[in-house]
Design a protein around this ligand. Structure first.
Ligand code: IMP
Length: 427
């Protein structure tokens, strides 16, 4: 019953795509359990580079069944164009399974996301503008549209009516926008029904049966721990639960079935969008991390904010996810610095604080307390084992491991599929 959860331990973009893809060969199912096309995975296979937003990265491994779980929000037009884009490049996508209970990002959810952000002005969240928050809001308000609704026109029409009743009032009266016509939305959504039909399945049943049969199931989180609606830097978060518990609700698998929880941890820190970020750099080091690390959003094309590694956050991620392992990514990006600062604690209003403060105000005031670790100059991209790393790179990894509270079981030393050092097997 090997059920692994793989999730971001920071603010997302830690390099999960590479990690899931690396495991993909030995994994039977790769499941996305939350988020939508706000995520962005870059997977490099040979000389081919794939940018995935909604599809689980297991889609690139022939033996693997990719699953979009009930906890995901799905924009059908994005899903279909991602599928046809892969088909054009010769990737077989026929094994994909899509939960009939997953919620649909409707065109009006995308509109509401954009106008709300505009309305918030300088208080905006910096969302990806893909309709994620409004779709989850509809789900919680019980006016959401689910994949299964596409197969009952009468129900679909009633549900779209119910959702638009209130939204059109808000759009026209508050935001000064034109009302959205029910018929138009229903027609657009029905147009997706036949194309999606081959993929729609009872994914909860499929996954639980797979676990009974001892198949290897990998649950792949989008975004990251600090973007979690409950455990992240609220309100500068996404509207779902990327943390480990989200895998259970978002895929319909009980917590007793999860055997391993792997946190993906970048060797430094990045963040997209607004919100506090204690180790953020505004100098040439930050610029260098952005340039060398290629820190530009796969989904939005926005430059990522960059900073040094923050061990307080890593410890927090270990705690709220019950992490059993870390996958440290992009260690190669740090090559060439004489000394590398690592944030070991915060100073908040003159006091040293070792753990992430629960108070948003305190976190906004947190200043990093740095320890300097010696850097290295050697090219590490060809390293195949831990022993191949220069001594200072080994010490950097060991120090991070000690501060973060879980073993580092794999290290990414380059973007390619094979540029990874495996220390402990995940399976
Ligand atoms: P939303 O998920 O589009 O609602 O955006 C909410 C916040 O999460 C914004 O700060 C986004 O930049 C951030 N965000 C959403 N998805 C990702 C991701 O995959 N990586 C990093 N940040 C993300």
């Amino acid at each position: 019953m090997p059920a692994l959860v793989l999730l971001g331990a920071q603010w997302g973009d830690e390099g999960k795509g590479k990690a899931t893809d690396l495991l993909g060969g030995s994994v039977d199912y790769v499941v996305r359990y939350q988020g939508g096309n706000n995520a962005g995975h870059t997977v490099v296979v040979g000389d081919q580079k794939y940018a995935l937003h909604l599809l689980p990265s297991g889609i690139l491994s022939p033996g693997c069944t990719p699953v979009i779980g009930n906890g995901v929000v799905v924009d059908p037009s994005v899903l279909l164009s991602e599928l046809s884009g892969l088909n054009e490049r010769g990737v077989d996508t026929s094994k994909l399974l899509l939960s009939g209970n997953a919620h649909i990002i409707t065109p009006y959810n995308v509109t509401v996301d954009k106008v709300t952000e505009r309305f918030l002005g300088k208080r905006k969240i910096g969302t990806t503008g893909r309709g994620i928050g409004p779709t989850y809001a509809d789900k919680i308000n019980r006016v959401g549209i689910r994949v299964q609704d596409l197969y009952d026109e009468s129900i679909l029409t009633q549900k779209v009516e119910a959702a638009l009743d209130v939204k059109n009032q808000i759009l026209t009266k508050l935001y000064n926008r034109r009302a959205i016509a029910v018929d138009q939305v229903v027609e657009e959504l029905l147009g997706y029904a036949d194309k999606l039909a081959p993929y729609v399945a009872d994914t909860v049943l499929v996954l639980n049966q797979a676990l009974e049969e001892d198949k290897v199931v990998l649950f792949e989180g989008g975004q990251g721990t600090l973007l979690d609606i409950d455990h992240g830097t609220y309100p500068f978060v996404t509207s779902s639960n990327p943390t480990a518990g989200g895998a259970c609700t978002g895929a319909g698998v009980g917590p007793t079935k999860i055997s391993r929880v792997i946190g993906i941890l970048k060797a430094y820190t990045t963040r997209v969008g607004a919100g506090p970020f204690p180790t953020e750099l505004f100098d040439e080091d930050g610029e260098a991390l952005r340039r060398i690390g290629g820190e530009r959003g796969v989904t939005t094309g926005r430059d990522r904010r960059c900073g040094w590694f923050d061990a307080v956050i890593a410890r927090y991620a270990t705690r709220v996810n019950g992490l059993t392992d870390f996958f440290l990514t992009k260690l190669d990006v740090l090559t060439g610095w004489e000394q590398i600062p690592v944030c070991v604690a915060y100073e908040i209003d003159g006091k040293r604080v070792e753990e992430l403060p629960y108070s948003q105000t305190d976190f906004h005031h947190a200043k990093p307390v740095y320890e300097m670790l010696p850097g290295w100059n050697e090219d590490i991209s060809k390293a195949k084992s831990f022993a191949d790393l220069p001594k200072n790179a080994q010490s950097y990894v060991k120090a991070l491991e000690e501060m973060s509270g879980a073993p580092i079981s794999a290290i990414g030393v380059g973007p390619g599929r094979d540029e990874t050092i495996e220390i402990n097997s995940f399976l």
